[in-house]
Design a protein around this ligand. Sequence first.
Ligand SMILES: Cc1ncc(COP(=O)(O)O)c(C=O)c1O
Length: 366
Amino acid sequence: MRKLIRKSVLKVNPYVPGKPIEETKRELGLKEVIKLASNENPLGASPKAVSAIKKALSGINRYPDAQGYYLKKSLANSLGLAAENFVLGNGSDELIDVVIKTLVEPNENILTSEGTFLEYEIIAQVNDRRVKKAPLYNFKYDLEAMLKLIDAKTKLVFIANPNNPTGTYLTKNKVAEFINALPPKVFVVFDEAYNAFIDVDDYPDALSLLKKNKRVIVLRTFSKAYGLAGLRLGYAIADAELAGYLERIRQPFNVNLLAQVAGCAALEDKAFLARTRRLILSGKDFFYREFSRLGINYVCSQANFILVDTGIDSRQVFKTMLRSGVIVREMSQYGLKNFVRVTIGTPNENKKLLSVLSKTIKGKKK
Ligand SMILES: Cc1ncc(COP(=O)(O)O)c(C=O)c1O
């Protein structure tokens, strides 16, 4: 069989998702398990989205609107752009694939960073496209090092801002300088999966960047702040002509009917978004305070998760915490072998995580 499979598929190092709660309960015989591993919303989904889904349920015998007319219209209204600037995706993951397929020829390459969202590289590999990666600097994208890696064949750059798994962000000035220094045929994707949690003043306004520069693409998702990870809904924002080309690549019914109605309702649910944001920011304060008190090192985050330096092999930390019913994400696949990434949860989940984590690593640091 192996001989019949495309070579690029054989090379792929598949994405390892966060461990599901049910699987953990089953395997370890646990009654209570909390999952703080996949940066999901601990409050559940937007209630307005849930009631919109209930209303739409009886219509699922029909195919969804292939154009996503109402959702694009709602997005356009809420962000002050035109519906033609939006491409909907089955999660923003799908749009990473769509952008690569639309822009990058087989002999061209893609640039990103080490220590970032793994799907950029995995999806590029599946598409047989070469990826260049600059090392992180202080847990941040090193834009100067990235510029040095650009060659005549570089076509596309992926930047997660804020970055997953480090939570660090790039400032407005740094991003503007980077865009100005890009050769004319290079496109740049700003993946803003966590933009709803930003708590600084110098975060770039990606929408104004893309209005000025047709080679800027922004990715966003309903999976995090809106609590709709299970529905799979994300979107790309791009120049209208470019968006038209992206539309050619996606599957016709990539965004299901329930995701479309939920997305429209979630955009209206300002109260849920505000509640989520408050919970994350106060949870972040709690962790910062407690980590400092306990002498645990961490990286300051602009997202709904924190990268924690456990000082010991994170695979061991993950396994030990799992036995106590707490799922975190170990970071060896990201080249950060002593680190775990913890999602900020409800106050009770945060307390439980802190207690289990501190017991797990206490006295073990080398
Ligand atoms: C930086 C980043 N981009 C994209 C995604 C994918 O999100 P979606 O659920 O919309 O596919 C994630 C999910 O963890 C992420 O962290």
